[in-house]
Write a protein that binds this ligand. Sequence first.
Ligand code: SIN
Length: 494
Amino acid sequence: MTDSTENYHNPIVNKLRDAGLFIEKAFVDGQWTTKDTQFDVLGTVLGRMPSLDRDDFQAAIRSASAAQPKFFESTTGAARGALLRKWSDLILTNVDDIATIMSLENGKTIGEAKGETAYAASFISWFAEEATRSYGTTIPSSSPDTTLLTIREPVGVCGIITPWNFPAAMITRKVGPAIAAGCSVVIKPPSETPFTCMALVKLALEAGIPPQLIQVCPTKDRAAATELATNPLVNKISFTGSTGVGKMLAKLAAGTLKKVSLELGGNAPFIVFDDANLDIAAEGAMFCKFRCSGQTCVCANRLYVQKSAVKSFTEKLVQKVAALKMGAGLDPSTTQGPLVNKAAVEKAQSHVDDALKKGAKLEIGGKPRQDSPGYFFEPTVVSGVTTEMVVSKDETFGPLAPIFVFETEDEVVRLANDTEFGLAGYFFSCDVGRAWRVAQRLQVGMVGVNTGKISAAEAPFGGVKESGYGKEGSLYGLADYQNIKSITFGNLQQ
Ligand code: SIN
């Protein structure tokens, strides 16, 4: 066991107000720990993390399992809410440091990183309030001598697996409700961006959250991490990431019938009708296509524009894209950071190449940029895209806006729904009847009407079809970490 504030050798710490927030360690059984087996984060540019093995995961799960009932039995909802509120406040107090760590490990711009830090804190403060509103019910009984009621109980130990694109918010959107409900968590943070998670956990401890309640097991050993899906002491698993990994985890979790929540891939349609305000539509496209350099599950992947609006909308979009500036995340003038790795650049390139080969027109961008360190791909717009092109089926997860043309509402709804995914969908129209109709007809879990911004602590986040199941955030998010128990009292009058 070693203390977390030993990492002063790393140049990152010079950029932080509180150097102790940069932690190259795991957190298991209430101790900051390290191991001989380690992995590099960003090719040692940033630092190294211990790579935990199956035994370590088992130790973390055992510790979380022992801690959970003690925590639940010794706290009220209000007390858990107070701990969470304090944690949220500490995150906001340390927003600059957390955003700096996040921008360095993820590449996102410092502005986006600060925004994500506030977004991450908002889930914790939201669930601090929800902790006090975890109501049961009384149910009118069909028997005269029976009284029936329900209470909510924590599911127990939760395995949490999160992605690199939102290094803070995907953790707090899961850990916030888990602690509000009285659960404990074992987190496997993303190996690309583990340091944001460690800073958040340090602040959770400072807020007074009991040490064994949150365990963090960084690893490069995928097989070791599957312990979270198979260990009988884990009661629930929550995963955000690819549909392929989600399906694999769901299969493994079925062995012990764990509760499972999956936030998986998307292939979001973004529809612009000719009765829309095209300036608002172009603004919406900028946000939900180029946020995080196009690397979000809810990013617009297919832009469908009605024929008579396509020329004007494309011009407006291209003009805005031309004003974007790629560069290092910490440079305040940067609006577009790098992609996560070489494979991400290659995927964006292959989607562009395929579209151009099959007849699409390049409006702007279209190639990697190698003049600054990192994996950059130019923000790109291609028009004249058709259903034969790969981008109509496959999520790019990069800064490519492909524009399709459509003629009728029925046609575009059919095209939009022609995918196995169903996470988010967006459309722009000033016709109120159409707004209601299309919102109902899109087969997705979340719809943005005349906006590209749909994510907030109070909004239920989650998809349908192969985008997964379960809702995060909102009044529904707590229930995913609870079991409903019915209690039937008989013969109370005796
Ligand atoms: C995601 O892309 O996984 C999350 C995006 C969001 O919360 O808005």
